[in-house]
Each structure stands twice: as C-alpha cells, then as structure tokens.
Design a protein around this ligand. Structure first.
Ligand code: WT7
Length: 666
C-alpha cells in the first residue's frame, strides 16, 4: 500500500472553481430510466435492504437465460465471488438475437465512420448475420468454448463482430489495443495461452496506415506462442502483408459461404467472457478476468440507467474496443440495450479538430461519451482556430454528455456543458475501472444534481466508502482510499493465472473484505464523491492507464540504462505526461550526446511497450534519490519534473544532494 496520500483535506475547495450546482433539466428528467432523486433513492434502498432479491429481479428482467439460476451470490470462497453461478446464458444472444425477436431487426445497430469519412450502416439483423458467419468460420477451424483468442484490430464493425462471435461460441477473448507494440502483444499472447489471433492487415488513423499483421507476425516468432494455430486477418487497407500458409487465413475467405445462422452456445454465468490487461503496480500487466452473466447484467443496466437509453437515441462512445470502455459501452452493454451506435475508426483531430462536432451534427448524435483529455485538446484547438469551435456546428441533437477515464477538471466540465451541450445537457462524470466492469460512481441524467468535478454518487446496488490505511471509515471531507464495500455482479473475478495477485491487489487484509480501488477520494457534506488521483504509481496519460513500473523495467532492460524512475507530471491536455529519470551505466552524457541518447531510449520504450508510453522528457543523473532502505523517492522526482523548488524535508534521503544533479530535461 502506498504512503502517498498527502493531506487532501480541503482539496475539494481547490477543485471547486465552479461552485454552482446544476439541477437536472426537466426535458431529461421526463421519462428517464431513473427519474428524480426519489426514484434513485427507492432503487438504492431496495438494493440495500434486500440485495439478493434486488439482483435476482434485475437478472430475471434484463437477461435471457437458457437455464435459470437458483443461486444469486455465492460468497463461500470470498473474495472469489460467484454470481448466478448455476444459471446458463449466451452473451451474444442477449446482445443481438433479442433485438431480432422483439421487432428491432431492421433498426440500425452500428453507423461506422471510417478514418476517411466513408460510412457503413448495419442493422441488428445484418450484424447478427455477420457475427454468425464469423462464429461458423471459427467453429469450422476447430475453435470452441474455453479456447482463447487475442484480438488486435482497428476500430471496425469486424472487431465488434469478432468479439461477439467469440462470445457466441464461449471463446474467451482478450483484445489488445492497436497502439500497443509487438512486445506487449507477445506478452498477452503468452499469458492467455492464445489458440487464435484475429487481426487486420493495417489500421487507418489520421490518414496514415499502421501495420497490425506485421506486429502479430513478429510476436509469433517469439517463445511461448506455439498454442496459436491460426491468424485470422481482416483486410482493411489492402496493404502488403507477409503470409504464413497453413497458419494465416483471410477473414473474408473463411466467412464466405458460411451460414448466417449460428446457434449461441450456452455457458455458465461464471464462464469468462474476456480477459483485459491493465497496468498495475508491478512491471507485469494484470489480466483482468470478467464473467458472462454478472458482467453483462451490469453492462446493460448501467447503459440504461446512466445513458438513459431510449429507442431513438444515437449513442457515440469514442473509446477504442482495446479498452474496457469499448467493451462495456460499445460491444456489450449498449448493444444489449439496443442502442444505435456510432463506431469511429479515426482520431478527433483529422482532417481537423472539428471532426467530433461535425460527426455529432451529421449523425444527429444524442448521447456523447468521451474522455477529458479529448475535450481538453479540442478546447485548445478551438481557442487557436475558431473554425473548429463547436459553435460552428449544429449540436442540437445532443441530450446527454458523458466523461470517463480521469477526473474532469471543472474548467473543462463547464466548457463541455456550455459549448458542446448548449447548457441543456447534463455532464455525466462516470468513475469506474477495468476491474469494475461498468459504472460505479456517476450521476444519473434524470435525477442527480451535478457539481462540476465530482462523479457524485454510487449507483443503486453499489456501496462505497473512503477509508484510512487500516480500513476504518473516514468522516466527510477527509481524503483516503476509495473502497467498494459489497461485491457487485460485474466485478473482476480474478487476475488471469494469478489468483494471489487478485487477492493481494484488490483485497489486502487491512481492507477487511472491501475492494480496494487504488484511487484516493473524499466525500463532501452532500455525500458526493471527489476522486483525487491514484494511490499507486499508475499514470494516466490521455486517459490511458500506464504502469510506471512497467516503463521503468523496460528502460532498465536497455543495455545503456542502470536505473530508471518514472513519474507523472500534470499536463493541461493529457492529464499526466510521462517523465523519466535515468541513470546510465558509465558516464553521464554531456549536453551534446544527451539528446541522441534520450531519443534512443524513447524509441526503445515505443517499441517495447507502445508509443503511448514514450517518455515526454528524460532527465539524466548520476544517482537516484533514495530512502535509507533503498526506495526511490518518486515523490521528490515529481517535484523536480514540475520544475519546482524542493521545500520538503529531505532528511529521510540517504543522499540529499542527489536532487541537484538532475539538470534540464531532454
Ligand atoms: C482509473 C481506471 C473507466 C474506464 C476507463 C479507464 C481513473 C476513470 C474516472 C473519473 C476520475 C477516473 C481512475 C481509475 N478514472 N474514470 N470519472 N474520474 N478518475 O479504465 O484504465 O481501468 O482506469 O481511471 O484513476 O482507477 P482504467
């Protein structure tokens, strides 16, 4: 556990530049899934007084079961909780077939917009047929329930259909974000013991083609990948790819002529639906394993409650399917809720920074869900180029705005509310994590009064608290560790292949059975939660969670590097920027050599972890500031990185002068 919760009391005041409370807008409240605070309270009370009855009712109402469950929650092996575990269902059936049966077959499921602006629309019927053809093709290659597939794909209908096809057959998928490198891809292929890889020739982003298949080819030349029998390749760009006959197959060839019907395979509610890797406090990413029944229930419920999904809505979540947001609020929850969704291949700044606003206008988007970093970069763009300011676009179709991934600073909140939402649309600041599977702390658009900068209140069925390092509950206004005190259906089930790590990371003994989120938070006098940041050395760069330790071990693995420390420096656009402190083997590089060495290390990190992990700045020194027990004092390095004077007591440092030697960054 970290010792870095500085006294955060009073911190809310500094966040609160905008002290106004925004009451829900009558048009949004009317007919909302949860309408008014009384309705919220009633649901929350029902869940509190009879949790099993509440969850059973929700699971019966929301999901189609092949075999009904008789047990709701099995706590006998806590913290390895099991939900609805004697029930059987199929996730893909609940996301697609249900809409074909209830008269929505011809409703648009996905409006796909490519990087270059080309548009493809598919109805639920057509998407269902595509999923069935892919599932039949995978079946004919010999894959089925319990096998593991790695997906390394661009944002596309094919990526979503491939995830759904895996779910249809009970194949456990693990999506690797296309921005990760060969090394990360290899690590995940080995860790899940993948039987199958589904990829594309290239991905198109901002007018550039970025190879994907080539990275897979490289990863598969490394050790531990013998399990992989096939690489299925979606032809996206038509770019040149190397071909390994016998192993590689084209997606269009194997699906050609397949039936557009494929019986969904029933699986136990606890069957793993997917594994998604996320950074933790060691060098090795954690494979967060999710379930089928409990996960889908919460994914669908939160889509309905938090986005107030209505039949005519056009929903756009800008996340990539490589992150949990793209799983829960593109492929699974929002699809189960029957929403028409925008799927976007490209980036917000291409062909210019008006792309999001232009797309909202053209597709008449009504619910828009994005990350604070995107908002901040578009604020910046609009301030230098008035042509890309949202005021140039008709955004009147919007009714709800969402935010996810990091705290949204009140300035960005207010800009988003005013300039994008025209003051009419609630800004729903959703706090959750890869591990929680779905929203945890969030306003409800038709109920919760909003305070810019706060993710407000826990959803019905969720119990949270702020505690000290002994697990004791803290009074309002005191900063501490955010914990979730009762199990919930979409919670992480284990760390794939490492149950001890699951227990140690999320259920350390001092938390007495509560789930430790890894964030610090405080609660105000209205019971509203304010997230203050991480308590471990996980960084958040453009909303992406990066492990400081992972980047450190990557740097240390470079032949020139003796020691490395990574800190996050606050950044106005990206939230945090990666700053590396490096001690080289041999002499300190002089001013003439340093830039080249820094570039070499940057390229190394990009190739080993991925371009998103590349240090923005590298500082060279002769030694690291360490405690007498040999721990690197990253807290002090953070101050150096911010260019500030160190005024704190450095007497615990073994070598106090060491801080002076870091001069200037490259
Ligand atoms: C971490 C989880 C949730 C899906 C995307 C990120 C931070 C996330 C918020 C928010 C403040 C937030 C937390 C959390 N975070 N949403 N609304 N306000 N912080 O998932 O990669 O698992 O990261 O992102 O620090 O622990 P993730």
């Amino acid at each position: 556990m970290s010792d870095t919760i500085d006294s955060t009391s009073g911190a809310i005041d500094s966040i609160l530049v905008e002290k106004r409370v925004f009451d829900p807008v009558p048009e949004v409240v009317k007919g909302a899934a949860i309408s008014g605070m009384q309705a919220y309270q009633a649901l929350a009370d029902e869940a509190r007084s009879d949790p099993e009855g509440f969850w059973a009712r929700m699971a019966h109402e929301q999901l189609v079961w092949h075999k009904p469950f008789t047990r709701v929650l099995d706590e006998s092996d806590a913290p390895f909780y099991r939900w609805f575990d004697d029930g059987e269902l199929n996730v893909s059936e609940n996301c697609l077939d249900v809409h074909l049966r209830n008269g929505n077959a011809d409703k648009t499921a996905i409006i796909f917009e490519a990087d270059d602006g080309a548009i493809q629309r598919v109805s639920f019927r057509e998407l269902h047929a595509r999923v069935c053809r892919i599932a039949n093709a995978l079946k004919s290659l010999g894959y089925g329930k319990g096998d593991r597939a790695i997906l390394y794909m661009p944002m596309s209908i094919e990526a979503i259909a491939s995830m759904q096809a895996c779910a249809r057959l009970g194949i456990v998928h693990s999506v690797v974000f296309g921005g990760f490198s060969t090394k990360s891809l290899h690590q995940r292929i080995v860790d899940v013991q993948a039987d199958l890889v589904i990829t594309a020739d290239e991905q198109m982003r901002g007018g550039r083609a970025i190879p994907l298949k080539a990275a897979v080819d490289m990863a598969l030349t490394e050790d531990g990948t013998d399990h992989v029998r096939h690489v299925v390749v979606y032809r996206r760009s038509g770019g040149e790819v190397a071909w390994n006959a016998g192993r590689d197959v084209w997606l269009h060839e194997i699906t050609d002529g397949q039936s557009d019907q494929c019986e969904p395979v029933p699986v136990g509610a606890e069957h793993p639906l997917f594994i998604l890797y996320t950074s933790g406090s060691t060098g090795k990413p954690k494979g967060v394993q999710h379930s089928s029944g409990g996960y889908l229930l919460w994914a669908k419920l939160t889509s309905q409650w938090v986005f107030d999904a209505r039949p005519d809505d056009v929903f756009w979540c800008t996340a990539d399917v490589g992150w949990v947001t793209g799983h829960t609020y593109i492929t699974y929850g929002t699809m189960a809720a029957g929403l028409t969704q925008i799927v976007f291949e490209g980036i917000p700044t291409y062909p210019d920074s008006g792309r999001f606003w232009d797309m909202i206008q053209r597709h008449k988007v009504s619910i828009f869900y994005t990350a604070p970093t995107a908002i901040r970069s578009l604020i910046k763009a609009a301030s230098t180029d008035p042509k890309v300011h949202p005021s140039n676009y008709d955004l009147g179709s919007l009714r709800i705005l969402g935010s996810v991934g990091e705290p949204i600073n009140p300035e960005a909140w207010v800009w988003y509310h005013q300039n994008v939402g025209g003051g009419r649309c609630p800004v729903i600041d959703t706090w959750w994590q890869t591990e929680t599977g779905g929203h945890i702390l969030t306003p409800l658009p038709g109920a919760t009064p909003l305070k810019p900068g706060s993710c407000t209140l826990p959803l019905p069925g969720i119990s949270v608290d702020v505690v000290d390092e002994t697990g004791a509950s803290l009074p309002d206004g005191r900063g501490g560790f955010l914990v979730i005190t009762r199990p919930w259906p979409a919670m992480i089930r284990t760390v794939w292949g490492d149950p001890d790590r699951y227990v140690n990371s999320y259920f350390p003994p001092e938390m007495k059975g509560a789930y430790l989120a890894g964030d610090s938070a405080q609660r105000d006098e209205d019971g509203y939660y304010w997230i203050m940041g991480r308590t471990d050395d996980v960084l958040s760069v453009s909303g992406h969670r990066l492990g400081g330790t992972e980047i450190e071990s990557t740097l240390v693995a470079h032949e020139r590097v003796a020691e490395a420390a990574i800190v996050g420096r606050p950044d106005a656009v990206t939230g945090e920027a990666v700053v590396a402190f490096v001690v080289l083997k041999g002499d300190l590089p002089d001013e003439a050599q340093a830039p080249a060495v820094a570039d070499e290390l940057r390229r190394w990190v990009a190739s080993e972890v991925g371009p998103i992990a590349k240090p923005r700045e590298i500082w060279f020194g002769n030694a690291m500031p360490k405690t007498r027990s040999g721990k690197i004092m990253r807290r002090l390095l953070r101050i150096v990185a911010e260019g500030q004077e160190i005024t704190q007591d450095t007497s615990t440092l073994e070598n106090p002068d060491v801080l002076k030697q870091f001069k200037g960054a490259y």
